[in-house]
Design a protein around this ligand. Structure first.
Ligand SMILES: O=C(O)CCC(=O)C(=O)O
Length: 288
């Protein structure tokens, strides 16, 4: 299944700062991904590499918070097969008018049923001061049917035009998960129109790095699992004036160039795609 944008979808995205797409994931892709979620959160890593951020582990952390791994694609080829899809990179690039898109990071999210806690409303680009251009473009994909009561992702329509605020004070399980969103709307002189993304499993939403988004409690009896490809421009480089506190470790001495092994190029309009991706999807990491 390959996704391509229509002109109408591009216009909707420009207006709203997000775009909903049904059936981005094929039924067997959803099943394969679902089967990987629990093992990954038990830290069973197929390739032997750990994700770059492991914010939750079964048996170690509170059961009611939203669980998150970042760059699970490095640990698991089933995740990589979806996160590194060429058509996702192409759509992200086209929506941002970039000549190409590369992975900044992925997120695997699991909000438990029966009260799973919120993620604070934020703008993704607030966290991108370590790259230039400091912009992000995201494809969020759900592995479960979503509902407003199920704590699905929600977007503030048109908020990508409000300017950029700093990172929020608490991302995971904040007391007041819309506090900074309300402050940003007031500062911009705008009313908040929240749009919860209600789609079937395999549905997706693309969002601009400046669009305010977050999610509330999951009060249903259904788990809420999602996989997210966060892209940046293919020509992005490390910003020499800033140190990314996690991803800065991949900076090489004497250059601001980004290593494709960590930040693969998914699609470029000249036809380029990081050549290692296909070998990695087939074999995983091979160092010897
Ligand atoms: O799924 C969610 O609750 C929020 C995910 C998110 O913040 C993102 O995809 O940028």
């Amino acid at each position: 299944m390959t996704f391509s944008l229509t002109q109408d979808q591009i216009e909707q995205f420009d207006r709203d700062g997000f775009l909903i797409v049904e059936n981005l994931l094929a039924p067997d892709e959803i099943e394969d991904l679902r089967a990987r979620v629990a093992p990954l959160f038990r830290w069973e890593f197929e390739t032997g590499l750990h994700p770059d951020e492991t914010n939750w582990r079964e048996g170690r952390d509170r059961p009611d918070v939203t669980r998150q791994l970042c760059n699970a694609w490095k640990a698991d080829r089933t995740v990589a097969r979806t996160v590194l899809r060429q058509d996702i990179g192409r759509a992200c690039a086209q929506l941002m008018r970039w000549s190409g898109a590369r992975i900044n990071q992925d997120n695997l999210l699991w909000k438990p049923s029966g009260g799973g806690k919120p993620l604070g409303f934020h703008q993704d680009s607030s966290y991108q001061t370590w790259i230039t251009p400091p912009d992000m473009m995201t494809c969020w994909m759900t592995l479960d049917e979503t509902s407003a009561e199920g704590g699905t992702i929600a977007y503030a329509r048109g908020s990508h035009k409000w300017g950029l605020a700093p990172p929020i004070s608490q991302f995971h399980a904040p007391e007041d998960y819309t506090a900074e969103l309300r402050a940003a709307a007031a500062a911009a002189g705008q009313a908040v129109e929240l749009v919860p993304i209600v789609v079937k499993a395999g549905g997706a939403a693309f969002h601009h790095g400046r669009t305010w988004h977050g999610s509330g409690h999951n009060t249903t009896q259904r788990e809420r699992r999602a996989l997210v490809s966060h892209c940046m421009a293919a020509e992005a480089r490390f910003d020499p004036r800033a140190v990314g506190y996690i991803y800065g470790r991949y900076r090489r001495w004497g250059t601001t160039e980004m290593d494709e092994a960590h930040f693969p190029i998914l699609w470029r309009e000249d036809g380029y795609r990081s050549p290692f991706i296909e070998a990695f999807l087939k074999d995983g990491w091979r160092f010897a």
